[in-house]
Every structure is written in C-alpha cells, then in structure tokens.
Design a protein around this ligand. Structure first.
Ligand SMILES: [Zn+2]
Length: 444
C-alpha cells in the first residue's frame, strides 16, 4: 500500500470515529485545534503502518475534557468557528499525546551527590556502605523527613517532567520500609497528583530493600510486607504493587509471596526484574498477570515469551543503564520478535538514575538501546499508558480518550528523540485545559 493510501485510510478511520463520537448531536466542542500535524501514536486498525499514526494537516477537538474528534482538517464537518467555542491555530506545530513516565521513585529524602563524588574519587561500594551510603542513606533521610519536606523536595522534580510534556507519572514508595513511612510517601505522591496538572499512579514498593532493622532477615521482612498488604490496599493510597527481584534484594520465591498477597488484596503487580542478573523476574510477572516487568537487561527469551503471552509491558530504563555504566543490553530483538510492547521511563531515583528529563530518555533509548525514534515515542505514550493500566483512556490521540496532549515546536516527531538538552515543548493541554507555567489556564 502506498504511503498516500495508508494515510487516506487512517484519516477515514478518524473521520468515522469522530462522527460517531458526535452522535448526531449539534452541540459545539469546547476547543478545536487546527494547523497541526498529529502524531496520534494509535496502534492497529487503519492507522497501522503509518509512522507515528501521523495525520498531517490535522485537527483535534476537545469536549468535556475528552478528545471529541481527531482527523485531517480537510475532513472537519464544517468551518472551524462554527464547530467550537474556541479555535486555536497551532501554526504548523506537531501534537503528540501527553507523555507518560511510567516508572519513577521521585519522592525521597536527601540526595546522593556526595556518594557520587566519593565513588568518583575512588571509594568502593563497600566503603560507601560502611560510611552509611547507598539506599540505606535514602531510607534514613526519607524516614526523617516530614510529609511537607518530602512534598517540597519532590515538587521541583515533578515540575521538570511536566515542563517536558509529561501529563501522567507513576510514583513508587520504597524508601520508608515501615508501613507508616511507606504510606507517608504514598500520601505525598497522591498530593502531587491532586495539586499539579498531572495524573499520578502510585505504587507500593515495600519489597524494595531489606531495611536495617531486618538485616540478614529478609524472610521476616517479607512476612511483614505480606502482613501489611491488606492495610496498604485499604488505605486506597496504592494503585499497584512492585518489588525488587535480584540477588542483592529479594528472591523470586519471596517476591511470589508479595505478589500472592497483592493479588489477594486486588492490586495489580509489576517488578524490577532481571536488571543485574537473570532472576526469572520476567516469568514471575507473567505468572501473576502483571502490568510490566522493568529493566530486563538479563531476561532470557523464555521470560520474554511468557510476557508476550500475558500482555505484560517491557519497561526499559536507559537512565539507570547509563548511570550505572551497564554494558549488558536488554534483549531488544527478542522483545520485538515476541511483540512485547516497549515502554521507556526515567526511573527517577537518587541512587541509579537521578534524572528528571523524559526527552533525554528518548534519546538514550535510541543511542544506548538502538530503539527507533518511533519506538521510544510509543514508549512514553501508548505503551507507557498500558504499563499503568491506562490504555483505554490515555496514551494516544483518539476520540473518547482523555484530552492530554502536547504541542511541540518541531518539524518531525523524530526530533523529540534526536536532540539532547533541548526542550521544544510549546504548550501542554491536560484534560482539555491549557497549562501555562505549570498552572491550568481555563480554556486557553
Ligand atoms: Zn526503579
């Protein structure tokens, strides 16, 4: 099929969906954006085969915070000013779905800059650990911090992400490691979502590390995590449960107990899997029908196949790979061959990825993992949403979805992954509302 025919077919789909969503009603849309090229990132159907699900010279309408119409401007069912209360001219910009950062630990106390320096001046991991560094330092600082202090330190990190077009972010606990401190972190994450123009999905990561008071007693700590699961679920503060399955953290059998408890409490699971060795983490996620397995550098093909069968997302984290100077690449070819959806995220955390730039992750996904610009953009839109269980409502520009989108000063979508240190984000629209300088400006 020629490129032109494919595009024609895609725009026909959007036209039909748009008409259907209008439902024969003559009600006006709230906002109509014209003069834009759309990277819809929609998968399958008539959009299949069109790079980025692109619609050039497109238009996009918003009604009630949802996308009401998406398609070629030439197919609009009337003159723009007769269709919407407000008409905006994007002046040749590209519009993508709002970006999704589906794996972060952005709420934490203290930082590890001093440790970073020590390591570069020759201190060993052991010396750093003996000097009270590493994850235990972050746990200590997080426990000490008030909720207010945690909020104040996480806010600028979140705002860095929002400035680059992030409209949905996942935030994990995992540095409190007592029920009280874990819930404190999750409350901070919830408050960030309530006060900033961003959708926050929270994850309980009690099984992140063995806390100092359980030193050499990991099994007993897992007993505690399992025993507290019902209370975590009842708090309503966690949308999912995560763990760190690795020889330096918890064994698959221990993680399986955490997953059993999460499943019994009605919470979906995900996992830090196979980052430093093949701990069969990918298979474990598949066995519990998990949302995603994250990192995956050492996953075997069997694990990837199992993920494909269960529809789990492979969340790749190039920031941690870079920062830890890892050399073992995730099994990208196997992931592609088995059709496992690939998401990309910052893994924002103080120890292994002190990164608050999603655009840098797009570039690193391409340079370090040899993903294509289209794959990494799908990784922070369609597949990032899927990794959070939000595929029905977020992640693509399609009628009926939440009107989260970004207007970029770029000539072609690959520019988002190509440039380093440049932020071409012109405007963010969150649930139909224009966001300027981090604040919602009603109706633009
Ligand atoms: Zn992580």
């Amino acid at each position: 099929m020629s490129q032109k025919n494919r595009k024609g077919k895609a725009s026909e789909l959007y036209r039909q969906l748009g008409r259907r969503s209008l439902g024969g009603s003559v009600q006006m849309w709230d906002d109509l954006w014209t003069g834009a090229h759309l990277a819809t990132m929609a998968a399958g159907g008539a959009a299949n085969g069109v790079p980025y699900g692109a619609v050039e010279d497109g238009a996009l309408a918003v009604a009630g915070g949802r996308l009401a119409w998406v398609g070629a401007a030439a197919d609009l069912p009337g003159a723009p000013e007769t269709l919407a209360r407000r008409v905006h001219d994007a002046a040749g910009a590209w519009i993508t779905p709002g970006l999704v950062d589906c794996h972060t630990h952005l709420v934490y106390g203290g930082d590890r800059a001093r440790e970073f320096e020590l390591r570069l001046t020759g201190a060993s991991y052991e010396q750093i650990a003996r000097a009270g560094g590493g994850i235990r330092y972050t746990v200590e600082q997080t426990r000490k911090a008030s909720e207010e202090a945690l909020y104040a330190s996480a806010l600028p990190r979140l705002r860095d992400l929002l400035a680059e077009g992030v409209t949905t972010v996942e935030i994990k606990s995992g540095y409190g490691l007592t029920l009280e401190d874990e819930l404190k972190m999750l409350r901070v994450a919830r408050r960030l979502g309530a006060e900033e123009p961003v959708t926050v999905k929270t994850t309980y990561l009690g099984a992140h590390a063995i806390p100092p008071e359980f030193d050499r007693r990991p099994e007993e700590y897992i007993d505690t995590v399992v025993a507290q699961m019902a209370e975590v679920a009842a708090s309503g503060l966690a949308d999912a449960v995560d763990g760190f399955c690795e020889r330096i953290a918890f064994y698959p059998e221990q993680m399986a107990r955490v997953f059993e408890a999460a499943t019994a409490a009605g919470l979906p699971v995900k996992l830090h899997a196979d980052q430093l060795s093949d701990s069969k983490g990918a298979s474990l996620v598949a066995r519990y029908g998990g949302l995603s397995a994250d990192h995956l550098e050492y996953s075997c093909e069997e694990g990837i196949r199992a993920m494909a069968l269960k529809g789990a997302v492979a969340v790749l984290l190039p920031g941690a790979f870079y920062f830890l100077r890892e050399t073992r690449l995730p099994p990208i070819e196997a992931i592609r061959r088995h059709g496992v959806p690939i998401a990309i995220a910052t893994d924002c955390n103080p120890g292994s990825s002190p990164c608050t730039s999603i655009l840098l992750m797009l570039n690193m996904g391409c340079t370090l993992f040899r993903l294509t610009p289209e794959e990494v953009l799908a990784g922070v839109t369609r597949n990032g949403a899927r990794a959070l269980g939000l595929e029905e409502t977020h992640g693509t520009l399609e009628p009926g979805k939440v009107a989260d989108f970004v207007i970029w000063n770029i000539a072609y979508p690959a520019e988002l992954a190509y440039r380093i240190g440049h932020n071409p984000c012109r405007l963010v629209v969150k649930e139909g509302q224009v966001v300027k300088d981090g604040r919602v400006v009603r109706g633009g």
